[in-house]
Design a protein around this ligand. Structure first.
Ligand SMILES: *Cc1c(COP(=O)(O)O)cnc(C)c1O
Length: 428
């Protein structure tokens, strides 16, 4: 579900023609739909209502302050992976006491910052980290709330770079070692064993891997509740979204907006809630992509069209530094012209590429697209998650501006960088 729609041949973000945004703010440009983000939060909240639950939005997916503020206003918690992200949550008006702090490499400074901010829990990924947090908490005369991240060794059937819950990955602690580890942690005086956590991967588009992992975890979680009086079970994030509506609906029309997501909050909840309810524990979920993925687009302008032999290269002003997902994960983004051509016109097999000096700098290969000419503008859909947050300044390219649309209103929520911004701090 999202609020980007083609009306009378023109792409709209909620009530605003995207071409108007491109003309006002320039390209490349990230555009976010506030209603889409709010909708996603509300749908998930509704679906999980039978459980005592807390949604901890994984802000590594999109950490713009305005996005965080939207979610904070709806009562969302946050899943953080760095001290910087904690600062963002606080600046955005989020509640640190609803934050889980994840990640395999927390530094002393980050642990101290999180203790001072009174985060809800540290999700711990190794024995060494557990002992380190205990020591720091002891120095501060505090008891640190911790949960151990379990690696349930369940294959999430997703891309290898976003699978996290098998023993091939660096994440979590092996399922078989957890009982003994909690017993050992219980003897560390400066810790409180608050819960248990897992996260099996990202862009999971069917409910089966979640069900399998939860079922595997249930006896362990029950046992931890009995022995250590834990108060929550955190089932992680990973809910997938629709990137390619043709795959989801069996239709190939790029303008077909009414897609059926393979995994909705309702279908997800229908499978997981009955499993979790009997535990009588608080349930945490950490969705990132689900909340923001379809809520953002990247708008770009065609610079040149270059035909070589069999190929048509459409060279645009956005590049892999703006959106690295195709280069990094071979991921698919739907590409939609901001204005449909009147003539209808035939589709041309095209490679959409950026100006960066890397062969990996492409957004699609051999994809049938309407014929393009310089000055035409296109939108890459579903770019709201792992888009801007992974942007870099490679090739000394300033990062794109970010705009938030709310109904008929729009505003810049991050200014376009300048070259001077990039050079700040450097010297000859
Ligand atoms: C990345 C991550 C998430 C969010 O994953 P999505 O696929 O974006 O929902 C949640 N929890 C942890 C621990 C993560 O590393």
């Amino acid at each position: 579900m999202h609020h980007f729609q083609v009306k009378k041949g023109e792409l709209y973000a909620e009530g605003v023609p995207v071409s108007q945004l491109a003309a006002t703010y320039g390209t490349p440009l990230y555009v976010y739909s506030a209603a889409t983000i709010s909708d996603h939060f509300d749908r998930l909240t509704h679906a999980l209502a039978p459980l005592d639950h807390l949604i901890c939005y994984a802000l590594k997916a999109n950490s713009n302050l305005a996005v965080l503020n939207l979610l904070a206003q709806r009562g969302s918690g946050f899943d953080l992976v760095s001290g910087g992200e904690l600062t963002r949550v606080q600046r955005a008006g989020g509640d640190a006491t609803k934050c889980s702090f994840a990640g395999v490499g927390k530094t002393r400074a980050e642990i101290e910052q999180a203790l001072a901010a009174n985060v809800y829990v540290f999700n711990v990924e190794s024995i060494a980290e557990l002992e380190f947090i205990d020591r720091i908490a002891g120095e501060k005369k505090l008891r640190a709330p911790v949960a151990i991240r379990v690696n349930p060794n369940v294959d999430a059937s997703t891309h290898s770079k976003i699978t996290t819950g098998t023993y091939e990955n660096k994440f979590g602690i092996a399922f078989e070692e957890i009982g003994a580890l909690y017993a050992r942690a219980a003897r560390l005086k400066n810790l409180r064993l608050l819960g248990v956590q897992m996260h099996i991967g990202s862009q999971i588009t069917e409910v089966k891997p979640f069900v399998k992992a939860i079922k595997k975890m249930l006896p362990l979680v029950q046992d931890l509740k009995t022995r250590h009086h834990i108060e929550f079970f955190d089932i992680g994030g990973g809910l997938g979204i629709v990137y390619d509506p043709a795959l989801a609906s069996g239709q190939s029309a790029w303008w077909n907006q009414q897609k059926t997501p393979p995994l909705t909050p309702a279908t997800y909840a229908a499978s997981v809630v009955p499993l979790l309810q009997p535990l009588g524990l608080r349930i945490l979920v950490e969705p990132g992509r689900f909340m923001v993925g379809n809520a953002g687009i990247l708008v770009t302008e065609v610079l040149y069209v270059k035909k070589t032999g069999q190929k048509t290269f459409v060279i645009v002003d956005a590049a892999m530094n703006d959106l690295i997902r195709p280069a990094f994960y071979e991921s698919y983004h739907e590409i939609v012209p901001l204005k449909q051509k009147r003539s209808g016109g035939k589709l041309v097999s095209s490679d959409l590429v950026g100006p960066i000096c890397e062969s990996g700098d492409y957004f699609c290969k051999d994809r049938p697209l309407p014929a393009q000419k310089p000055g035409d503008r296109l939108a890459l859909l579903s770019a709201g998650a792992y888009g801007f947050v992974m942007a870099s300044n490679y090739n000394t390219r300033p990062r794109a501006a970010e705009v938030l649309v709310e109904g008929a209103k729009h505003r810049v929520v991050r200014e376009r960088e300048t070259v001077d911004d990039l050079l700040r701090g450097e010297s000859v």
